[in-house]
Design a binder for this molecule. Sequence first.
Ligand code: COS
Length: 379
Amino acid sequence: MNFSLNENQTMIAQMVRDFAEKEIKPFYKQWDADEHFPVDTMKKMGELGLLGIFIPEEYGGSGFTYFEYATALMELGKVCGGIGLSVAAHNSLCTGHIYYHGNEAQKKKYLPKLASGEFIGAWGLTEANTGSDAMRMQTTAVKDGNDWVINGAKNWITHGLSGDISVILVRTGELLDSNGITAFIIEKDMPGFSAVKIKDKLGVRASETAELIFDNVRVPQENVIGNIGDGFKQAMQILDGGRVSIASLSCGIARGAYESSVKYAKEREQFGHPIAQFQAIAFKLADMKTQLEAAELLTFQAAYRKNEKLHMTKEGAFAKYFASEVSVKCGNEAVQIMGGYGYTKEYPAEKFLRDAKLMTIGEGTSEIQKLVISREILK
Ligand code: COS
C-alpha cells in the first residue's frame, strides 16, 4: 500500500496550485461577495484538462484516474470551495453520467466539448420538494412520436444557468417505481427550457446555483441516456462516484482551514507567547490534523475502489460523510483560533466554514450517508 502521491498526482497538485495562485486567489473574495460564477475561469480550467480529468483521451479528456481527480479537488478546496464545487459537479455528475451511461454517439458528441470547457455541464436530480427522497420526483417526460415532452422543474442545480447542457433525471413511469425514472440530455437552447439563478447562499457563492424549468420541452429520443427506466439506478451510481469528489473537496477545505490556523497560531501572540504554544490551541490543531489525515485516507480508499471498478457505495458514503463533517469542524475551529479576526472576511476562516457546510448537504446529506452506510452494512 502506497500512501504517497504518485507522479501524476504530484504534477496535477502543482499545476492546480499554480493556477489557483494566479487565477483564483486574487479574485475569490470578490466572487464570494458578488455571488459571481466566473465562467472564463472554468474555461481556462478546461484548457488545463481539469474538466475531463477521468475521461479517456479518445474523448478529449485527460485520461487520469480518481486519484488525480481527488488531488485536483483537494487543491481547489484549499483556495475556493465554490470553484471546487463547480469542477466537481461538471466532472462527476454531467460529464460522468454521459461517460458511464451514454452511448457511443452521445460520448462522441458531448464529451470532447465538456472536457475542453467549450461546454459547461450541469446535472439535475433534485426538485423543490424532493431532495433526500429523490425517487418521489414530479418532473415528467411523456413520449410523443420520436420525442419526449418534459414538464416540471429541478432545483439547487450547480451552474444550471450557465450550463450549456444538463443531464436531468425525469419520471417516465409510475410514482415510486425505481424503474420509472429516465436520464435525458438537455441542450440550453431547447425551446421551453429556462433557468433562474438562486441567490443569497451561505457559502460556495462562486458556484452558481439555479432552478431549471421545463415547459413542454421536446427532447429527441437520441438524447435518452441508456434505457427508459434506468435513470434512478444510473443516478445512484453517479452519486456513489460524485461523493468521492465532495469528500475530496471537503478535505481541501479542511486542509485550508488547518494550514491557515497553524500559520495564525504561530504568529499571533497573547500573554507574551505565540498562541500555538498554549495547549488549548495546540490540541485543537492536533485534532484538526488527525481528522484531516483520516478523511484523506477514507477519500483515497473510495477513489481506489472507483478506479478498480469495485462496489464502492459504502466507501463513497464513508468518505463523504466523514470528510464533510471534518471540514465543518476544521472551519469552525479555524474561526475560533483566529477569534475576532476569524469572524471577519479579512481572514479566510469564516469562508472555509461557510463553504464547508454545503459539503454536509450536497450530493446527499450526512443523514443520507448514514442511511446508505447502515443499509450496506446490514444487508
Ligand atoms: N447503485 C445502484 N443501484 C442502487 C444504488 C446504488 N448506489 N442505490 C440504490 N440502488 C437501487 C436499489 O437497488 C433499488 O433497486 P430495485 O428497486 O430494483 O431493488 C433502487 O435503486 C431503489 O433504491 P432504494 O429502494 O434504496 O430507494 P429509496 O427511495 O429507499 O432511497 C436513497 C434511496 C435514499 C439512498 C436515495 O434516494 C438517495 O441517495 N437520496 C439522496 C439523493 C441525493 O444525494 N441527492 C442530492 C443530489 S445533489 S447533486
